[in-house]
Design a protein around this ligand. Sequence first.
Ligand SMILES: [Zn+2]
Length: 235
Amino acid sequence: MSVFIKEKKYRCVRKATVLDPKVLAPKLRESDVSEVWASHKATPLEALTFPFSIKGHMTFSIIGNEDQGVIGMFGVVPTDNKGWGIAWLLTSDELYEHRQQFLDECPKWVEEMETNYSYLYNHVHTSNKQSMAWMRALGFKTIHAYAYGELGHTFALMCKAKEYTVKKFNRYSKAPKVGKDIYCPHCNFRNTVYHLSWVALECQHCQDMVGKKFWTYREPAMSNKKIKKYLLDIR
Ligand SMILES: [Zn+2]
């Protein structure tokens, strides 16, 4: 019996070209259209083209099947504050069809986006549930929700901190209701738990049974409170 290790293929994301916004803009998801309008009074094409005008931007396109072409774009643009980048993601409804593939490939791209930044953040319209779910899946946390943008709608300020310290649980540890991300010591896969009333847990990736004291979680070097204060100050 021979065992083949399947090499991971990255086929759904590539570097964006200036022509991609033209393909995506007409079919942008309705909630993304309202979001860019509420935040910057920008049309889909304006919102998708804007990053290309920023020096140091990093922009990627998500590719569906042959007929679909570009079904989403995302990236990061630098801010005036060193180490802080604005991450964004705008998609068409077609992305749902490629959900798993995209989620599988995402960590690699987020890692690439984080190369020059310690903190990635953005404002997401709180009615844009799908967008908030994507951001959470990529490791972003909601820091604050408040009136923001041209129309004064409620936006969630979401941030992903790269700098973190690795911690282990003690008997006083608790998991918040929104869930806590924990990392497998064997494969480093991120699992999410909603309580800590267990002694050991099976890793959803490598299927190893891991005792609670061996799981780790990550705490941002800067607390959420400080991140919030910083971001509201520089706004
Ligand atoms: Zn594991």
